[in-house]
Write a new protein. Structure first.
Length: 64
């Protein structure tokens, strides 16, 4: 029972961390914070790659 409880706690912690990082990567006002959140997500989620800074600049427009 202790291993199942520990696994459930770890899964909830991992899921909430990934969710917060995804929201930060999407809605952060500062470009540097978005880039850091995306690179951290790339580390946490195997098989994914972080977007390049050029793609972030193109998506946000020239005035950000």
């Amino acid at each position: 029972m202790a291993i199942g409880l520990l696994s459930a706690i770890a899964a909830v912690f991992y899921g909430s961390t990934v969710s917060i990082l995804a929201l930060t990567a999407t809605f952060a006002r500062r470009r540097t914070l978005r880039c850091e959140a995306r690179s951290t997500l790339a580390v946490l989620m195997r098989g994914r790659t972080a977007e390049s800074p050029q793609a972030d600049r193109a998506a946000s427009g020239p005035d950000s």
